[in-house]
Design a binder for this molecule. Structure first.
Ligand code: SAM
Length: 357
């Protein structure tokens, strides 16, 4: 059974030929009327997946402390564009701002900008953050000039990726075409790909992915940090250099699904290639370190103890369970990683090993 968007994509392919997986993902997530990230509220128990800020307030609080420390390291500019890419329900930013209310001068300097394409999500963000008077944008490059503090949690994994398979004739791009029954089917393009020079040396059978949209946004963030000063914190899942595998996956109702099944109603995401983002940004970068290591260094265990002192026994167990979920290696602690990009003028950021990469 297909969806209205699935039928639209199929008729486009019937008319103009197979499309790249990146084109398919762009339509499935971003179609102006029917795209998944235009109409669904996917985050939370009733949605398709849960994210770190929805697991515990400690996640946003510690990131708030990190951002406030970076503002001080930048010399406490009188105005700073505080930007979140893909803020979801606004929970991370609300926790970050609540935790930093007592940092002298920080809130007075903040001009809050939220980049999100999703109308129902924007409604949730408005409810969570209206007292901070955010401005919304469809794209990062609409954020006005000025010193920058940026955070993005599980944003880059939602950007379209191309996928490639190494055959005995070289790299071939994986495309979305039509099967005999008129349904969507994956198939390799018969000819050589113009992206081969961007792909690694690999043996026959290898897979690779390329996220052009992610690289372009990282380059824009890097240019802004270089020219106007600033820092960005990117949290997402993926290996240090994740371009060397086929990681694109589909999730619906907290369960795995087929990539091509029910476009517009299914979440699609791919591992983030942190090394590629750092290179594209072209500014000093720190990490990626694992989310577990980062949160420990920022003091999540101490924060949990403080919260537990005021908690009933059952709540205290919940706090322990949430911190384990965020930092344990077999939960989100290792798969998720944290990368910082900075202006190179201020001191190294907290949470990393002080070594620039
Ligand atoms: C996986 S959710 C993460 C939400 C939130 N950061 C959290 O941790 O709960 C991805 C977010 O990015 C937004 N988004 C996805 N693709 C986008 C795009 N191309 N441009 C702007 N926002 C996008 C979605 O609407 C959603 O708010």
């Amino acid at each position: 059974m297909s969806t209205e968007l699935g039928r639209l994509i199929a008729s486009r392919i019937a008319l103009t030929g197979p499309i790249s997986l990146a084109d398919f993902m762009g339509e499935a997530l971003g179609h102006p009327r029917l795209g998944y990230y235009r109409r669904a509220v996917p985050v939370g128990a009733a949605g398709d997946f849960t994210t770190a800020p929805e697991i515990s307030q400690m996640f946003g609080e510690l990131i708030g402390a990190w951002l406030a420390e970076r503002w001080l390291a930048m010399g406490s500019p009188a105005q700073v564009r505080l930007v979140e890419l893909g803020p979801g329900r606004g929970t991370l930013m609300a926790d970050a701002l609540r935790a930093t209310a007592s940092v002298p001068g920080f809130h007075a300097a903040i001009d809050l900008h939220l980049v999100d394409t999703n109308a129902p999500m924007r409604e949730a963000q408005r409810n969570a953050l209206s007292k901070h008077e955010p401005t919304w944008h469809e794209r990062f490059d609409e954020v006005p000039a000025g010193p920058l503090l940026l955070v993005a949690n599980e944003f880059f994994d939602a950007l379209p990726v191309r996928q490639f398979h190494r055959t005995d004739k070289g790299w071939r791009e994986r495309m979305v075409g039509l099967g005999d029954d008129g349904g969507l089917r994956l198939a390799l393009a018969p000819g050589a790909t113009p992206f081969a020079s961007l792909l690694p040396e690999a043996t026959v059978g290898a897979e690779a992915e390329l996220c052009e949209a992610g690289r372009a946004i990282a380059a824009a963030i890097g240019a802004r940090a270089r020219e106007q000063g600033g820092w960005a914190l990117i949290v997402d899942y993926g290996a240090e250099s994740a371009g060397h595998a086929a990681s694109l996956q589909a999730v619906r109702g907290h369960r795995g699904a087929d990539i091509l099944d029910r476009p517009g109603e299914t979440d699609l995401s791919a591992h983030v290639d942190f090394a590629a983002l750092a290179v594209a940004a072209g500014v000093p970068s720190f990490g990626p370190v694992s989310q577990g290591e980062f949160l420990r260094r920022l003091g999540i265990l101490q924060r949990a103890e403080t919260l537990k002192r005021r908690a009933a026994p059952e709540q205290a167990r919940g706090i322990d369970a949430a911190s384990a979920r965020l930092i344990a290696p077999d939960q989100m602690g290792t798969l998720f990683r944290v990368l910082a990009l900075g202006d190179g003028k201020s001191s190294p950021p907290a949470g990393f090993s002080d070594t620039r990469t």
